[in-house]
Design a protein around this ligand. Structure first.
Ligand code: PSU
Length: 306
């Protein structure tokens, strides 16, 4: 893909030209991760959090066949309300562009587009991973292989236990992706602060993470970095409650034969219904928390690059 294929809005283009901090944001969370209007309010709120922490937000999506880096409010609103938008991972982009379609970009597509635009840091809620039962289905998110070949730092709250967390960490090791937990020894589990699994590394300040990004690049690692930021204590859900809810949703998906790219959106929606909105509330809180950390890392990174 050529950088000239990207449509940057003026604010993002100016910030990049001047070496100021920019944070990329994905849009599958808007189109397939949350119900309307919570999705729109969250998307707007997350952009505000990025600004409050000193960086420029760049929400990435495909709009009428064009790759947009930085959406205006009307585009954000249309994307949030539209019923005909698809979910695009990196491999889907070309075909969607040819037919002039619109798409929410997943972590894999967003991190690739961000890298092309020159944006090094990206905030999301959770990344995709190795699905439970992958030894039979082979269902492993392209987010993991993209992390293995694109040098974007992704700030997330760990992965949900809709996934096989141990296998996800194994796969990240194979892909040479460092996993750094922020102010924690454990790898977080999205709705809860610990998965019971240790993270490879712990760093305690945005400045240290920015420094690690520079060194990772200078070493020529060529891979992304996964920063795992635990959900704030006050927003975390009870582990027994959420694990039971997730298990019920996974069993239902299995029974109904739901798989491939429909699986993650189905599970997110079903968990929200079964938890009577508690999972959505936690999801919004952790995305905002990740956006704040990503912005602080981006500011520290821009300072180091000066
Ligand atoms: N996990 C979440 N919320 C999400 C997603 C994952 O907790 O919205 C979205 C992200 O965009 C991620 C994608 O990149 O789902 C992964 O989908 P799949 O498992 O089909 O690769």
């Amino acid at each position: 893909m050529k950088p000239s294929l990207l449509h940057l809005n003026d604010e993002v283009a100016a910030a990049l030209r001047e070496g100021r901090a920019v944070v990329a944001l994905e849009s599958t969370i808007i189109t397939h991760g949350m119900p309307y209007r919570a999705n729109l309010e969250t998307a707007r709120g997350v952009e505000t959090v990025v600004r409050e922490n000193g960086a420029v937000p760049a929400t990435i999506a495909v709009v009428a066949g064009k790759i947009k880096v930085g959406l205006d409010d009307r585009e954000l609103e249309q994307l949030a309300a539209a019923k005909d938008v698809v979910k695009a991972s990196g491999r889907d982009l070309a075909a969607i562009m040819v037919r002039g379609g619109s798409a929410g970009t997943t972590v894999s597509a967003t991190m690739r587009i961000a890298a092309l635009a020159g944006i090094r840091i990206f905030a999301t809620g959770g990344v995709g991973g190795v699905h439970r039962g992958a030894e039979a289905t082979f269902d492993i998110s392209a987010d993991l292989t993209e992390l293995g070949q694109t040098g974007t730092t992704v700030v997330c709250a760990g992965v949900k236990s809709i996934l096989d967390m141990a296998k996800t960490l194994e796969y990240l090791e194979t892909q040479r992706v460092p996993v750094i937990a922020y102010q924690s020894d454990d790898f977080p589990a999205f709705y809860t602060r610990s998965s019971g699994l240790k993270a490879d590394h712990r760093l305690d300040t945005p400045e240290d993470i920015a420094q690690a990004m520079l060194l990772h690049e200078q070493i020529g690692s060529g891979t992304g970095i996964l920063v795992a930021n635990p959900i704030p204590e006050v927003d975390a859900l009870d582990p027994a409650f959420i694990d039971g809810t997730i298990a019920a949703a996974v069993a239902e998906a299995d029974k109904r034969g739901i798989g491939r790219k429909e699986l993650t959106p189905f599970l997110l929606a079903r968990i929200n219904e079964l938890s009577q909105g508690r999972s959505l509330k936690a999801n919004i809180a952790l995305v905002r928390n990740n956006a704040a950390l990503a912005a602080r890392i981006a500011v520290a990174h821009a300072r180091l690059k000066r």
